[in-house]
Design a protein around this ligand. Structure first.
Ligand code: GLC
Length: 458
């Protein structure tokens, strides 16, 4: 080795040491903005929770486990080990041919731009054909369900996201005692198979994710789930995992749950939601809640169920109405966030009719009013000044009116060029005032759920 080579080698190892200490390299702002563009424009995605638990449908050995709450957690609720769980669940898991095309159609017709589905949930059952395990769809059903789903989504022009659980209730080396409060059906009990080596589980986790990001073409979103204080970030060897994923999928968008989890369903989690490093994820994920102020300055996506369970349940009839769902979508967009709305298909892959109906109702609304959702930003007004919400886009304001003001007048503190309902051609009467503009509404609004006025600003 000559002096020049020696210097080069020294420089290289110094660089390597630096990146190892400093974690992931920062990304230039322009590159990040370009990468996030489609996601911000999209505003609305479909979430799908589907796996072995779907066939149990909230029932364990003939008894309903409950009528509320996430039935994708059924293995944990009944404290079954993988053998008992798989024994009950596998015979019931019978995906019908072409199920994924129905998912894609439902999402597309609802106006979703992307679909995030469970490649593996906490139970550890992988929906792809994996060389790393026989606890996967390839071995159990003889099909690569991830491939079927990805192909169907792409055929409808939808972006593709994988929800992937780092928690794993099946892997024999998953060390559930390593951190306090890690959920596991056997938590508190000693390992049935002798001491565990968590690093072997991590090799497995990374190996499976490598398959997912290498074998299915472009993956648009990786939606990690989830970390616990004490089991965050490096507990999952997260930096290496992220680096590997980005090597295969340089434009992928990831949430930050590998590194931190929001305080579920707590509105006050906003502070925790907003304090993470950009290298730890692209967006944050309030769950079952819409932060009242939005989360200014960061990308966020609220995920929500239609009843109270993510995975299919036969016993949960607490369905939100289409009106509530449409108003959630509007509320979230008005605060600058995305809405990831969940469906939980049955064991045969069919989406429950209650969900299909609601998705169709959202789609009907979106066909008229989508312009007021896609590509919009948060309301620039402190208060809408009427019962509803506001979104904005290049010189336009969209007034989403939930209920007609009693006097039929909306006072907007802006100078207005013209205003009309989306889906209509006639302009609404606008009266210029010193304090802005008064828009007069007809006696009845065109849409009982939410009528949108498209306002061109002067
Ligand atoms: C939670 C739950 C889970 C669900 C998810 C969706 O972390 O563990 O069952 O998949 O969030 O946000």
């Amino acid at each position: 080795m000559n002096a020049r080579q020696a210097l080069l080698r020294l420089g290289l190892s110094a660089l390597l040491a630096l990146t190892a200490v400093a974690g992931l390299p920062p990304e230039a702002t322009a590159a990040r903005e370009a990468r996030m563009a489609w996601w911000r424009e999209a505003r609305f995605g479909m979430f799908v929770h589907w796996g072995l638990y779907s066939g149990l449908a909230g029932t364990w050995q003939g008894k309903a486990v409950g009528t509320r709450g996430g039935m994708e957690w059924i293995q944990q609720r009944v404290k079954a080990d993988t053998y008992e769980y798989a024994h009950e669940a596998i015979p019931r898991f019978q995906p019908k041919p072409g199920f994924a095309r129905e998912w894609a159609r439902v999402a597309k017709q609802a106006g979703c731009k992307y679909v995030v589905f469970t490649s593996k949930h906490h139970d550890g059952f992988a929906l792809h054909q994996s060389a790393t395990t026989d606890y996967d769809a390839g071995d159990v059903t003889g099909r690569d369900l991830v491939r079927e789903i990805v192909d169907a989504l792409r055929a409808e022009g939808l972006r593709v996201g994988f929800y992937h659980s780092v928690i794993d209730w099946h892997h024999p080396q998953y060390d559930y005692a390593a951190a306090e409060g890690l959920p596991h059906p056997l938590a508190g009990r000693s390992f049935p198979n002798g001491p565990r080596d968590h690093s072997l589980y991590l090799d497995y986790l990374h190996g499976q994710v490598r398959e997912l990001v290498s074998n299915y073409g472009t993956v648009d979103v990786l939606w990690w789930d989830y970390s616990k204080p004490g089991a965050e970030g490096e507990f999952w060897r997260a930096d290496a995992l992220v680096r590997m994923v980005k090597n295969h999928q340089p434009d992928i968008i990831m949430n930050n749950r590998l590194y931190r989890i929001p305080h579920i369903e707590k509105e006050d989690s906003v502070d925790r939601l907003k304090t993470w490093k950009p290298t730890e994820g692209d967006f944050t994920t309030p769950e079952q809640t819409v932060p009242s102020t939005g989360i200014p300055g960061v990308d966020w996506e609220a995920c929500m169920t239609m009843n109270t369970s993510w995975g299919y349940s036969d016993h949960d009839d607490a369905w939100k109405s289409a009106e509530q769902l449409i108003r959630h979508l509007v509320d979230i967009a008005s605060k600058g966030g995305n809405y990831l709305l969940n469906v939980g298909p049955k064991a045969d892959g069919s989406i429950p009719p209650e969900s299909v109906e609601r998705m169709a109702a959202i789609g009907a609304w979106m066909r008229v009013n989508g312009e007021a959702i896609y590509g919009t930003t948060a309301s620039p007004l402190a208060e809408p000044g009427f019962d509803g919400r506001v979104t904005a886009k290049d010189g336009l304001l969209f007034l989403h009116v939930f209920d007609r003001p009693a006097d039929g007048r909306i006072h907007l503190p802006r100078a207005v060029q013209s205003a009309r309902f989306l889906g209509a051609t006639e302009s609404l009467n606008c009266e210029r005032m010193a304090t802005g503009t008064v828009i007069s509404l007809p006696a009845a609004l065109p849409d009982p759920v939410c009528s949108v006025i498209r306002v061109e600003l002067r």
